[in-house]
Design a protein around this ligand. Structure first.
Ligand SMILES: Cc1ncc(COP(=O)(O)O)c(C=O)c1O
Length: 459
């Protein structure tokens, strides 16, 4: 067998067929525990797991020691919400604290109030931008507001903001408040694009059709890179092109895309973007966010809320940088970027193909839709099936009450989150999740269904 069993060129490939190919070559069943361990042994990125601190099951007060070994690491499937802490964060934060205590923070050899150049160039690689186009500053929603100060300049004819109907609530409120700030009415100026009836996700062609039809009244298109609820990955390049063809500015909220999928903001000609760093970038809750403005907007005369660089015209993004960033937060982002520097997004995405592919395979194997006719539980995946249309996350809908299943999984050491009304999001993050984690997760899911159904029947 070839030394690397994981094909590098996955264009047009199907996750299930690739896993079947590997399992045939290895003469193992895809559904076996040994197969998941074999994939971990063989995967060239498995070493990255050691870079992270895992929560131990015993710190979860709902864990049940009769069901699980509480001294073990959690099965952490929540990187889409909050990434794990890199070990390096502790060291780098301590260094900064020491420098602050010694009053060296402003005067030392390294100026810790300015972002580290290596950190910035790694961040630029992750979002596919030039270093001069990005900043690390504020929080995600604050950055979106600051960017809309420039890019949302409604007129009587072109006053709409196009978002999707399941946009993250804060994005929805942010867009609504921008519209109101300019004296327009969200009822007529905020367009929320809905999937077709009975469908969970937007069809890519419907997004483009809508922009082609209505684009002349749209000032700004603000879409996510990856949809937080369904896990759908949007074709950012096509949306940008369609928007530009109609004279709209196009920006992206990359919260669930950054560190998860390949992004080429500069080459796709995106106007602006913002992202948080606490999900797939693992910098810790509330940590400093990112922002991008395309170089073509340098020296434009758009309105801006200026800060220390007013009139300096140094880089396109410096016009948007207002307050000094916190050195401790930057230490967390530096730690994260050091881990990403050990690999590439392309390689991580490649691991995701197999990792999320295995999750999909096992779920479809153990909870097939044909169970419905037999009155057995089903799990449906509302995330688009095509690998080009999803990242690490799969969003699951159960045929039995979600909260009971979630409780049972938590007792057994799984960390994942419930999103109302009825979804559980599962994200095997390729930086630190293993194939064995995926196997264990599905095993726990099966046990949880069994346990929950007896509770539900008893009730
Ligand atoms: C898609 C999306 N947008 C915006 C936000 C809000 O980010 P913040 O509270 O950091 O501004 C989140 C937070 O999880 C998010 O998932």
């Amino acid at each position: 067998m070839a030394s690397c069993i994981f094909d590098d060129d996955l264009k047009g490939k199907n996750e299930k067929l690739e896993l079947e190919r590997i399992s045939n070559e290895a003469d193992m069943s895809i559904t076996s525990e040994n197969f998941s361990k074999f994939l971990d042994e063989k995967h060239p990125l498995s070493f990255l797991r050691e870079e992270f601190i895992f929560p131990l099951i015993k710190y979860n007060e709902n864990a049940d020691s009769s069901l699980v070994n509480v001294d073990e690491k959690c099965i952490y499937m929540c990187g889409n919400s909050l990434g794990l802490q890199p070990k390096r964060t502790v060291e780098l934060s301590q260094q900064v604290l020491d420098m602050m205590a010694q009053d060296e923070i402003l005067s030392g050899e390294k100026c810790y109030t300015k972002p580290d150049p290596d950190m910035m160039s790694q961040m630029a690689k992750i979002v596919g931008a030039n270093v001069d186009e990005i900043a690390v500053m504020n929080g995600l929603t604050v950055n979106l507001h600051l960017l809309l100060v420039s890019f949302y300049r409604p007129t009587a004819k072109r006053h709409k903001i196009l978002i999707e109907s399941k946009a993250f609530p804060s994005d929805h409120y942010m867009a609504e408040s921008q519209i109101q700030y300019h004296g327009f009415d969200p009822k007529t100026s905020l367009i929320t694009l809905e999937p077709r009836p009975e469908e969970d996700t937007l069809r890519p062609e419907d997004i483009i059709d809508y922009i082609e039809k209505e684009g002349e009244s749209i000032a700004v298109i603000l879409f996510p890179g990856v949809q937080y609820y369904t896990g759908q990955l949007f074709d950012m390049e096509s949306i940008t092109n369609a928007g530009h063809a109609k004279g709209c500015w196009v920006g992206f909220d990359l919260a669930h895309a950054v560190g998860n999928v390949e992004i080429h903001l500069h080459n796709w000609n995106v106007d602006f973007a913002a992202w948080c760093t606490y999900k797939y970038l693992n910098s810790g809750p509330g940590c400093i966010a990112g922002a991008f403005v395309h170089e073509k907007h340098k020296n434009n005369n758009f309105p801006k809320f200026m800060g220390p660089y007013q009139g300096a015209n140094s880089t396109v993004i410096s016009d948007y940088e207002i307050s000094s960033p916190c050195p401790l937060m930057m230490a967390s982002v530096r730690a994260s970027m050091e881990v990403f520097a050990k690999t590439t997004i392309k390689k991580l995405r490649n691991k995701s193909f197999f990792l999320t592919g295995l999750l999909k395979y096992l779920i479809q194997h153990f909870f097939p839709m044909s169970n419905k006719e037999l009155n057995l539980p089903t799990v449906s995946i509302i995330t688009p099936d095509n690998f080009q249309e999803h990242g690490a996350q799969l969003s699951l809908v159960f045929s039995v009450p979600l909260i009971e299943i979630h409780k049972e999984m938590t007792k057994r050491g799984v960390v994942c989150d419930v999103r109302k009304p009825n979804v559980i999001r599962i994200a095997p993050t390729p930086l630190y999740c293993t194939f064995h984690d995926v196997f264990r997760f599905v095993e726990v899911l099966r046990e949880s269904f069994q346990a929950a159904s007896s509770i539900i029947i008893r009730k």
